[in-house]
Design a protein around this ligand. Structure first.
Ligand SMILES: *Cc1c(COP(=O)(O)O)cnc(C)c1O
Length: 448
């Protein structure tokens, strides 16, 4: 059924060779809605959300503790997406007043929302407390004071976690247990900052209620080893709080970062495997410390919406370029690029694509799919084999673009941002409409 693991479960080819999503021919979608367009396989996104919720619940149930899955809204957020994860039993992480406003519009109950950010404004903190968010993850000493002051003004007790630089940095198969401290997030374990933060939070018991510690060790992680080191460090810290302050902290958050397949060769852990491994890690560390297993939360973003999304483009130009005697690279330019997917430019991210309007028997050529922006780094898919007869007017579908594409999109070169179309068997729904040039012009002041 599924033409490729990089695409969502609802993708297959029609009898005449076009790609279809949940039974909708992508040629028809392109005709009706135009390109570029982001498409979301709603059933696939739901299935992923549910799979993470069920996997973490059942895995932690076995070690006698509850577990919560927070969807990291920064991966992709709109009202419909917030409702989708809420329907599937997930909570929601936001990291700005804007993301909180979406959660509010979606009607997500405050207690199911976590607020992140290394520089939350007073307005954002106020909005979060007014909405009754379930937790604010503290990231600086200034913020401890700001949240305490905002709680005092409202005469409430703010539930907080302390974000810790666990000293672990994980990425795909590797992790560094002594990651550099030289980054902006969290309180440092090595120079007494965390201890000072704990003391300050515990000194304001009628304003701040410390739930526990939080760490987020990286992104696109394929193995659980990095989480083991981070979990051990956080649990040691909990033990220290129990000894020094006589307080048993009830919660622990291990962050997100579970990897997905961007390329056919990527082989990420299934949700159940990741959940089982994390449950074992936490249970072992707690039993070594002689502590009960706390309520554990994780915060996947990419692994819920990433594989459920794809981007549909139209080819505008095809340009063979002789690189050297043995190599001709075919530059295939599409009608979007770094404005709708800046990840290749930002992180050298790799993607995979297929011709979406037809199949072809033509011999494959080494192609590079590029955008329409005024940067030579404007690459969509660095290296991919496409049929040698690829031509202007063909449709190209890039897989696994559901996360960190629309949410990171810009209007560079005054190229309006594409729509997000939610596709189910029954219908195609516009989650976010296409931005227009008039939208961009409307931002200009009156006196020109
Ligand atoms: C980005 C982020 C996440 C989500 O990361 P994914 O790679 O999308 O799973 C979770 N928690 C925090 C604190 C983050 O900054």
């Amino acid at each position: 059924m599924n033409s490729h693991p990089v695409f969502s479960a609802g993708v297959c080819r029609t009898a005449d060779g076009a790609l279809a999503l949940a039974g909708h021919d992508l040629r028809a979608i392109a005709q009706i809605y135009g390109t570029p367009a982001y498409l979301v396989d709603v059933a696939d996104a739901r299935a992923r959300a549910r799979a993470y919720r069920d996997a973490f619940r059942s895995a932690f149930d076995k070690v006698g503790a509850p577990a919560d899955v927070y969807y990291a809204g920064k991966a992709f957020l709109c009202t419909a997406m917030a409702r989708l994860v809420h329907d599937e039993g997930l909570r929601l992480d936001v990291c700005s007043g804007g993301e909180l406003a979406v959660a509010r519009r979606a009607g997500i109950p405050g207690e199911l929302i976590g607020l992140h950010g290394n520089n939350k404004s007073t307005d954002e903190i106020n909005a979060a407390l007014d909405y009754g968010v379930g937790r604010i993850v503290l990231d600086s000493f200034e913020e401890i004071d700001r949240v305490a002051a905002a709680a005092a003004e409202r005469d409430v007790i703010a539930p907080v976690m302390i974000r810790v630089k666990a000293g672990v940095e994980a990425h795909t198969h590797e992790f560094i247990a002594t990651a550099h401290e030289d980054q902006k997030f969290g309180f440092s374990l090595t120079d007494g900052q965390v201890g000072e933060a704990i003391t300050r939070v515990l000194e304001a018991p009628n304003r701040l209620r410390l739930l526990g510690f939080h760490s987020h060790i990286g992104s696109q992680i394929f193995e659980s080893d990095g989480f083991r080191v981070a979990a051990q460090r956080l649990i040691e810290l909990q033990l220290q709080v129990a000894r020094e302050h006589g307080v048993q902290l009830p919660e622990l958050d291990l962050g997100g970062g579970f990897g997905i397949a961007y390329l056919p060769t990527d082989d990420p852990l299934a949700p159940q495997d990741m959940a089982d491994q994390l449950a074992r890690i936490v249970a072992d560390a707690c039993s070594a410390a002689g502590m009960p297993v706390p309520r554990v939360s994780v915060e996947p973003g990419r692994s819920i919406i990433g594989p459920a999304g794809m981007t549909l483009y139209t080819v505008g130009t095809v340009k063979p370029v002789r690189v050297d005697d043995d190599l001709v690279r075919t530059y295939v330019a599409v009608d979007g690029g770094m404005s709708d997917n800046p990840r290749p430019v930002l992180y050298d991210a790799q993607y995979y694509c297929e011709l979406a309007d037809r199949t072809s028997e033509a011999a494959p050529v080494l192609a590079r799919v590029v955008g329409k922006h005024c940067e030579s780094g404007d690459i969509v898919v660095r290296d991919v084999e496409l049929p040698g007869d690829v031509h202007a007017g063909d449709l190209i579908a890039v897989g696994a673009t559901g996360a960190y594409c629309r949410s990171l999109a810009s209007t560079y070169n005054h190229v309006p941002r594409p729509p997000v179309l939610a596709v189910t068997k029954e219908k195609v729904t516009t989650w976010l409409r296409r931005e227009t040039i008039d939208d961009l012009l409307a931002l200009e002041g009156n006196e020109q």
